[in-house]
Design a protein around this ligand. Sequence first.
Ligand SMILES: *[C@@H]1O[C@H](CO)[C@@H](O)[C@H](O)[C@H]1NC(C)=O
Ligand SMILES: *[C@@H]1O[C@H](CO)[C@@H](O)[C@H](O)[C@H]1NC(C)=O
Ligand SMILES: *[C@@H]1O[C@H](CO)[C@@H](O)[C@H](O)[C@H]1NC(C)=O
Ligand SMILES: *[C@@H]1O[C@H](CO)[C@@H](O)[C@H](O)[C@H]1NC(C)=O
Ligand SMILES: *[C@@H]1O[C@H](CO)[C@@H](O)[C@H](O)[C@H]1NC(C)=O
Length: 365
Amino acid sequence: MRSYAVAALLAGAAVASPVPQGFDFNAIDALDPVATPSIPIVNAAAAQTTITFSATLAASSVSSAVLANPSDTSLKMVKRVDDSACAVQPAADDTDENFSSNTAFSDAATDAVTPDGWTLAYSNQAGSSEGVYGYMGYSILDTYDTASCAAQCDAIVGCSSVNIYFERDPSIDPTSTCSNPPSETVIKCVYYGGPVTPASATNLGQWRYDFHVVIAGSNGYVNNSIATPPGFQPPASLGNAAINAPLDCGGHDTYMGVKTFTAGPFDAGLCAAACSSQSQYNLAYPPQGGVAQTCQFFNTYVLYNGSQSVGQYCALYNETWPASYATNVGQWRGEDHFTVGYSYAFSNTTGGADQPARCANPASP
Ligand SMILES: *[C@@H]1O[C@H](CO)[C@@H](O)[C@H](O)[C@H]1NC(C)=O
Ligand SMILES: *[C@@H]1O[C@H](CO)[C@@H](O)[C@H](O)[C@H]1NC(C)=O
Ligand SMILES: *[C@@H]1O[C@H](CO)[C@@H](O)[C@H](O)[C@H]1NC(C)=O
Ligand SMILES: *[C@@H]1O[C@H](CO)[C@@H](O)[C@H](O)[C@H]1NC(C)=O
Ligand SMILES: *[C@@H]1O[C@H](CO)[C@@H](O)[C@H](O)[C@H]1NC(C)=O
């Protein structure tokens, strides 16, 4: 299991020439790509982290070595491929098509109960999620149990969404001499520290030699709650839109720059730390003859490039802007469409939630 403890990467400008509106593409272009996890295609037995030993295969290796070179005292163990499972031919109905049309899988997916406190993001897809922010590992379940999958996510710090599905896996690793072994059905529960989205359920499987790994009954769930960092009010949920703040009543820019993270999980606490530390710094080093600006409000969201997550974005402001200013639902740059998801706005508890702190703003758009 990888640790995200020190993995969060802080990038982006602080206050230097902040761009008032839209995405800060200078900061975005400087980002490392979000790691693409590869969830191993393995049979259930191999998913355990034990080292297997076959006494029979080892003995047969020794025999071959002795017969080949009887005077050799240091025997080189010849690795033998165990193709014995190939002696069992797949049953006639053990095909990718049968798997994909198996109503037991679609029924399990469509009948599954959405766990309390969670939202169904998508149901009964033939693809698992990919490109989701904050991959946090997976478990293999005995049954298609959404409650257990969600409960296991709850037990992982930072986990906020899951993808549960049936996968047609090879019962042994396909090889050139055993190219299409019998299948086995593996139920996977994959954990993410960012939201799974309908657009992410695009991983349709893969070919391993002549064996077709396919997916069925793929459901995605997202935890409804997001933790509120200390010192901030519970968030305003802005859905798929980001704050696009105008100048304040005095014609001044309230935007204090952006902080971005590319290593999950998504955590409003990261923005809160950046916001508070920025205030602390500015108060310690006030501008000569000017007033130190404190960060009173931030908008955090997952930035997407197509269906691929780019990172967690935190836009900092020196005053609170109401949800009516959440009007940035995306921007095109050339062929690339950058969009927003999982957007939340947090105000300093002393700042007044969802309303301007000091001077009145122009009328909402
Ligand atoms: C956005 O995605 C396109 C391809 O889909 C890629 O070429 C481009 O580099 C990406 N840009 C960023 C900033 O992630
Ligand atoms: C397997 O698939 C074939 C063709 O798609 C179909 O005729 C057969 O009834 C299926 N068998 C089962 C057990 O679903
Ligand atoms: C959802 O997330 C919150 C905040 O991170 C956590 O306290 C809770 O246990 C999670 N599960 C549910 C069902 O709310
Ligand atoms: C926000 O910053 C601008 C520019 O420095 C300043 O004019 C304005 O008064 C600040 N607003 C608040 C509420 O501090
Ligand atoms: C809230 O703002 C005040 C200044 O008005 C500041 O002292 C305090 O640290 C801020 N709280 C947080 C959590 O940043």
